[in-house]
Structure formats: C-alpha cells, structure tokens
Design a protein around this ligand. Structure first.
Ligand code: ATP
Ligand code: MG
Length: 379
C-alpha cells in the first residue's frame, strides 16, 4: 500500500511538472509570437510607405512620359522647326521614360504583392499570438484546478492509508486478544467443564455406593461450578465490556473502578474534567483496556492504597491519567518478554496515534498518562 501511494504520488507530481513545463513553453510561444507581430507590424508599415512612395513616383514619371510623348509628336510633325537630331532625341527621351515607367510599375506591382502577402502573414501571426495567450490562461486555470484537486486527492489517499493502517493494527490487536481469550477458555472453563463431568459421574457412583457422601460432594460441585461461572463472566467481560456500549467511556470506567475497589480493597477515585463525550469504538475500547491493565498492575505489583483516575476531554484530544501511591518501579529497566501489559498499552496508544507516558520511581508511586487525539467524534 505505501509503495503504491508512493508511486501514485510520483505520478501526480510528474503530471503537474509536465503541465507546468508545457505552460512555460506555451508562454514562450506566446511571447515570441507577440514580438514577431510587433516586428511584422513595423514591416507592414514600412512597405505601405514604400508602396505609397513608388505610386507617387509612378504618377510623376507617367506625367513626364506623357509630356515626352506629346513633345515627340510635336517634334516629329514639325519638320521645319526641328531637325532629325531633335526628333531622335525626343524619341529617345520618350522611350527612356516609357521604360522607366514600366520598370517602376513592375516594382509597384511586386511591392503590392509583397504587401498583401505580409498583411496575410501578419493577420495569421496575430491570431497565433491570441491563441497562445488564451492557451496560457486556460492551462493556468486547468493547472490551478488540477493541482488543488490533486492536493485533495493526495490528502484523501493519505487519510485512507492512515485509516487502513489503524484498521490493520486494530485487527492484529484483536486477533491477539482472541488468541489470549481462546487460551483462557481452553485452560479455564473448558478444563473445568471436563472436571464437572468427571465429578458428576462420581456423584452417580456415590448415589449407588455411598449416598451419605453425595450431599457433600454435590455442594462442592456447586461451589466449583459457581466459581467457574465467575471465570466465564470474566471472559465475557474481557471479550467486550458491555458498559462501554451502554454507558460510554467514563461511566464504564467508573463502574469498573467501583468493582475493582470493592474486590481488592484499594480506594479508587475517578474524575472527569470537561464534557462527557462519545468517541469512536476503537478509541473507547483502547482507553478502557489501558485503564483495565493499569488497575491490574496496581493490584498485582504496586501495593498501593489509593488510585486516582483523571479523564480530561477537549474537542481535540482525550487524556487519561492513572496514578497510584504504591511502591513504584524502574521505568527504564527492560521488561521481560512475557510481560505484555505495558507493551499492550503502548500499542493501543500508538494505533490511535496517541502518546503514553509512564512516570514511576521506587517508593513514589506510578502514573500512566495516555493522550489520544480526537479524529472524529461520533454523535
Ligand atoms: N503500578 C505499578 N506499580 C509497580 N510496578 C509496576 C506497576 N505497573 C507495572 N509495574 C512493573 O512493571 C512490570 C511490567 O508490567 P506489565 O504489565 O508489562 O507486565 P506484568 O503485569 O508483569 O505481566 P502481564 O501484564 O503481561 O500479565 C511489572 O512486572 C511490574 O514490575
Ligand atoms: Mg500487567
């Protein structure tokens, strides 16, 4: 899963990079199209001016050429006034002017063609620049839309992944708990039931052979069965503290503490700071289990006379502290591998992204503080 999301993350970021680079390229195209437009605009203006000048020139030389032609006509008709040489000169002049006008006209034609061509290219270039500019804005919009969406997607994925990890850890913890309970049933009630069967058979035999002993044996069997019933109730409670569902976390803790105090003659005080709230089932069970194991340890190891449980709720987190006034222990000392209690507490806290602190010193009592952030509050 983490590898998949890593890959996905890479793909998403590469996609954004590619789009970002494309945006830059389109921007460059738009820039060069714009400067090309400016250059062409100048060229069009120049060629227009040149064309105007050449038209004026053509007009001018056409007039001159007409004049020359009229002069040639006059000269060639009036033999008396003009010599052969005059006629030749006039003819040459007219001819030269005619040539000049023809050349200029050709130049004008070429210039006009060039101008039209340039104007078409210019119009196209303007269109290209406009298109590129529009694309830049569109890509920009798409980009911001996409990156904010990808960001959301990424956050969603991360959230899902976290939830999945919590789910896996809870399943693992539950599996472990089931194994422990199964072992408990196997070693406890299952064996006891086998025992009950044997003892019932013994009662049958007594009925025939020594009925005077039967009453005593039946009473013993009854006591034995009753104590087994007690064990079974405990196992059922271990499976799921029903109070949690019915009452919520703090009342369930209070009830458990009252039972505990009654059973082991250790005074327990439970205080709630803040509003009573409901949390996710996983959180409630985890906190309950931690409290249970802490009290268990108090009874097993601390020789305490008093325990204080303080639960503090805020909208962001729930904190629970369990303090005893017992003998304490060295927290830094490595616990033997068969000790599951403290390790289990830490695991529960870690599963829910919380923290667990143990403070203890010889003769100074022990306090266990667990803080779990509230992710979602169930109504
Ligand atoms: N409240 C306490 N007061 C004094 N010592 C404690 C207390 N809690 C824990 N300890 C010490 O820390 C050790 C580890 O506790 P932990 O709950 O992990 O294991 P355990 O209680 O010995 O066994 P398990 O919980 O697996 O049945 C205990 O053996 C005990 O020495
Ligand atoms: Mg323990």
């Amino acid at each position: 899963m983490s590898m998949d999301t890593g890959l996905l993350d890479k793909i998403l970021h590469e996609t954004i990079d590619v789009i970002e680079r494309s945006k830059e390229q389109i921007f460059e195209i738009a820039e060069s199209a714009r400067s090309e437009c400016r250059r062409m605009e100048k060229e069009v203006k120049e060629i227009k001016e040149q064309t105007l000048r050449i038209i004026e020139e053509v007009d001018h030389w056409e007039i001159e050429e007409r004049k020359a032609r009229r002069r040639l006509m006059r000269v060639s008709k009036d033999f008396q006034r003009y010599s052969q040489e005059d006629i030749r000169q006039s003819y040459e002049e007219a001819h030269n002017l005619q040539m000049k006008v023809a050349v200029l006209r050709e130049k004008e034609r070429q210039m006009q063609a060039k101008r039209t061509e340039l104007e078409i290219s210019y119009a196209n270039m303007v269109k290209t620049a406009e298109k590129a500019e529009k694309l830049v804005t569109q890509v920009g919009v798409a980009m911001s839309y996409l990156s904010s969406n990808l960001q959301n997607i990424w956050e969603e994925i991360e959230k899902l992944q976290q939830q999945q990890q919590i789910g896996f850890a809870i399943i693992k913890a539950q599996e472990e708990e089931r194994r422990r309970i199964a072992r408990g049933i196997h070693d406890g009630p299952a064996q006891s039931m086998a025992n009950v069967v044997l003892r019932a058979e013994y009662c049958e035999q007594l009925l025939d052979k020594k009925p005077e002993l039967l009453r005593e044996e039946l009473r013993a069997l009854k006591d034995f069965t009753r104590s087994n019933l007690e064990d079974i109730r405990k196992i059922i409670f271990d499976l799921r503290p029903m109070d949690l569902d019915d009452l919520g976390l703090v009342p369930a803790i209070k009830r458990y503490a009252t039972d505990f105090a009654g059973k082991y003659q250790i005074h327990v005080e439970v205080n709630l700071l803040g509003e009573p709230r409901r949390y996710t089932p996983a959180m409630e069970v985890a906190l309950f289990r931690i409290m249970q194991e802490a009290l268990n340890n108090v009874w097993k190891h601390s020789r305490a006379g008093e325990v204080k449980i303080i639960v503090e709720t805020t909208p962001l987190a729930i904190t629970m502290a369990i303090k005893d006034d017992g003998i304490g222990f060295n927290v830094d000392q490595k616990q033997p591998s068969q000790c599951f209690g403290l390790r289990g507490m830490r695991e529960w806290a870690a599963i829910l992204r919380g923290t667990l602190r143990i403070a203890s010193a010889a003769g100074k009592g022990t306090s266990i503080t667990v803080k779990i952030p509230v992710e979602e509050v169930q109504p």
